[in-house]
Design a protein around this ligand. Structure first.
Ligand SMILES: Cc1cc2nc3c(=O)[nH]c(=O)nc-3n(C[C@H](O)[C@H](O)[C@H](O)COP(=O)(O)OP(=O)(O)OC[C@H]3O[C@@H](n4cnc5c(N)ncnc54)[C@H](O)[C@@H]3O)c2cc1C
Length: 382
């Protein structure tokens, strides 16, 4: 599909081209198997690190390869085009764990964890959610109690992507429970810390190439230098600093929607019923035209938010709108893609059923649609 990419620089077009080549060669061929096996292809981490993709948007003096938010949204769209599950694992590693380390970690922590992580030699996870804390961050019950020259962590985390494969975790824990969200701090916890254990892997409907676990902290002692950022304010600072999540979610949704669209466009030209391709029936033609419009609208919203962020302009509302529209459009588009594929799309060997299982998660994570609408309404003065 022709793309509204006239505003991309030559370098960004080249990045997009190189990523499409990489995804076609390294991700698309393994996507179905990783999904079936619920296994992350770990070998991708060093490959992406070597090509500088893991370091995209990270400063060069931290071991990154520089670049813009727009570059990053191009990366997210292309990775998700290949596999939403694989893209999700990389996202948690880069945009949450590594970004928190980069923003709030001390120089020795960065040397020890961030540089190897950007080379793909270490894998990170972001441990925020709990059985009782999802949309409501103030309900986090994992405690971190100051003790001498460190903190002792107790509690458990649920739904943690990369949990089973991570070398280090950025853990959100309460240092001042009575202050709820204003009492949450961030800690780096290494996988081999005594008192930390993986309670079990979790099996999911979609994005199954990414691995997920429940984590437990029982008297897990971390040194004071593992506190990332300000005590009590680390999580709020992270919410303010790590604003890319919504833009990335939008870009992932666009990648999945585009994969479903491309497959549907091809199928509509090949599938013959009543002596003609189904793409010649007006009902199908109109549906596919609507898919194309929604993908381009979503991408424009996403890129607008990324460009605003790159220019240092306010971009909170733009990111909310992009995330809300792109993720809901993705679900609509994938549903239509399955519909136009008929029974063929319903079979487990069809990528369409994978897109159908994958798409919903983008409406839930990084602030559900309801939370996006709430923030947009608040910005509008309601
Ligand atoms: C595939 C996947 C990967 C994940 N990976 C991670 C990870 O790596 N790290 C991590 O920390 N977490 C992870 N999570 C968990 C994620 O952070 C939570 O799913 C998310 O925060 C939402 O919380 P919840 O699922 O408990 O839903 P809830 O907060 O219980 O929400 C349930 C429903 O209630 C609605 N709702 C809640 N509050 C309001 C409100 N105020 N107004 C209107 N409606 C509301 C929601 O929109 C939703 O529809 C992952 C989840 C999934 C599915």
């Amino acid at each position: 599909m022709a793309e509204p990419d006239f505003y991309l620089s030559d370098e960004q077009r080249e990045l997009q081209r190189a990523l499409r080549e990489f995804v076609a060669k390294e991700i698309k061929p393994i996507a179905a198997q990783c999904d079936a096996d619920e296994r992350y292809p770990l070998a991708l981490f060093p490959k992406l690190g070597e090509l500088g993709y893991l370091g995209l948007r990270f400063p060069e003096d931290s071991g990154g390869s520089g670049g813009t938010n727009l570059d990053y949204s191009i990366l997210c769209e292309e990775l998700a085009y290949g596999s939403a599950g694989i893209a999700l694992g990389l996202y948690v590693h880069m945009a949450l764990a590594c970004a928190a380390l980069e923003a709030f970690g001390s120089e020795p922590l960065k040397q020890r964890w961030l540089r190897p992580a950007l080379r793909g030699e270490k894998i990170g996870a972001w441990a925020f959610a709990e059985a009782g804390a999802g949309s409501d961050a103030g309900s986090v019950a994992t405690r971190a109690v100051a003790d001498g020259d460190g903190y002792i962590l107790d509690g458990s985390k649920l739904f943690i992507t990369n949990g089973p494969i991570a070398d280090f975790l950025v853990v959100v824990a309460s240092t001042a429970p009575e202050q709820r969200i204003k009492g949450l701090s961030l800690f780096l916890v290494e996988r081999d810390r005594p008192g930390f254990r993986i309670a079990g892997s979790l099996s999911k409907l979609g994005v199954r190439a990414s691995e997920m676990a429940e984590l437990v902290f029982e008297g897990c002692r971390v040194p004071r230098e593992n506190l990332l950022g300000r005590e009590h304010r680390g999580f709020l600072d992270a919410l303010r600093t790590l604003t890319l999540g919504r833009i990335a979610s939008a870009a992932f949704a666009i990648g999945v929607a585009r994969a479903a669209f491309d497959a549907t466009l091809a199928y509509a030209g090949q599938r013959i019923q009543f002596g003609q391709p189904i793409g010649s029936f007006q009902a199908v033609r109109f549906g596919i035209a609507d898919m194309a419009v929604q993908i381009e609208a979503a991408r424009l919203l996403c890129h607008r938010a990324a460009i605003a962020a790159d220019r240092g302009l306010p971009h909170g509302r733009e990111a909310n709108m992009a995330k809300l529209y792109a993720t809901e459009a993705c679900t609509r588009i994938v549903e239509r893609a399955l519909h136009y594929h008929g029974a063929a799309g319903f079979m487990t060997d069809s990528p369409i059923q994978r897109f159908y299982r994958d798409c919903k998660v983008f409406e839930l994570g990084e602030g559900s649609s309801e939370l996006q609408r709430d923030m947009i309404a608040r910005e509008l003065g309601l």
